[in-house]
Ligand binder design. Sequence first.
Ligand SMILES: C[S@@+](CC[C@H](N)C(=O)[O-])C[C@H]1O[C@@H](n2cnc3c(N)ncnc32)[C@H](O)[C@@H]1O
Length: 247
Amino acid sequence: MTISTEGPRGLFGELYLRSSRPFLPEHVSVAEGDYLAARFAEGQATGLLLDLGCGHGRHLGQLAGRLPGRVVGVDLDPLSVAEARAVAPVTRADLFRLPFRRDAFGGSLCWYNTLGMFEDEAVPVALAELARCVRSGGWVIVHGTPPHAAQRQPEANYDGQLPDGSHLVEQVRFEEARRRDQLTRHLTLPDGRFMAASFFIRYYAVSEWEALFDAAGFEVRWVHGGVDGSPLGDASVDQIVGAQKRG
Ligand SMILES: C[S@@+](CC[C@H](N)C(=O)[O-])C[C@H]1O[C@@H](n2cnc3c(N)ncnc32)[C@H](O)[C@@H]1O
């Protein structure tokens, strides 16, 4: 059987960067950076930390300031990689085939529903790669949206102007059976250029993460509902799972 690890077509790169960044203000990345640095310190993560699907480097930038020389990133999109390299070392590579040696890292993070953008069957492949590259006792921190938060807004559509004058239209439909949002994103730039992509985001329940991590050789140690470290609850819009590699 061939496992599909293909991500969304046409989303990452210019369309993603232009349409996502206005919704990710600096104070959000600062709070996330504080949280991540604190979690890695608390877990006594040693050595290098890998940002899996680091994008344009918003967490790398935060962590590089707090943990100098200890963070590196990996991403497949050339535009994002070029930008992220301004703040930390970044390898352009596929997260399903990491070009790193066994036990290279003391921890890793994967933020913003990144692992939910691939078919379910691909996630164990990504976790197996992390299990190979993260040493025993090391940490993986995965961030996403809890399923109940997506369920609450079955049609979270957006139609508005971005600060650069672009017009963004996003249509979202929650598919209950597959716990996925099905999205189409259209962006028209002020110069008339048009970009579009269709993609999905799968929202994993904590019990699903527990099973996925267990199969990959990790133990879920904590789950938070936000970067304030609060427990996951009905009102949470974030779900952050911290798992430790078994020794
Ligand atoms: C949802 S974005 C999150 C970016 C970043 N973590 C953040 O929070 O801003 C997902 C990122 O994963 C990258 N990506 C998608 N497929 C990938 C793959 N197969 N290998 C490596 N990176 C990939 C995209 O280019 C994009 O930057």
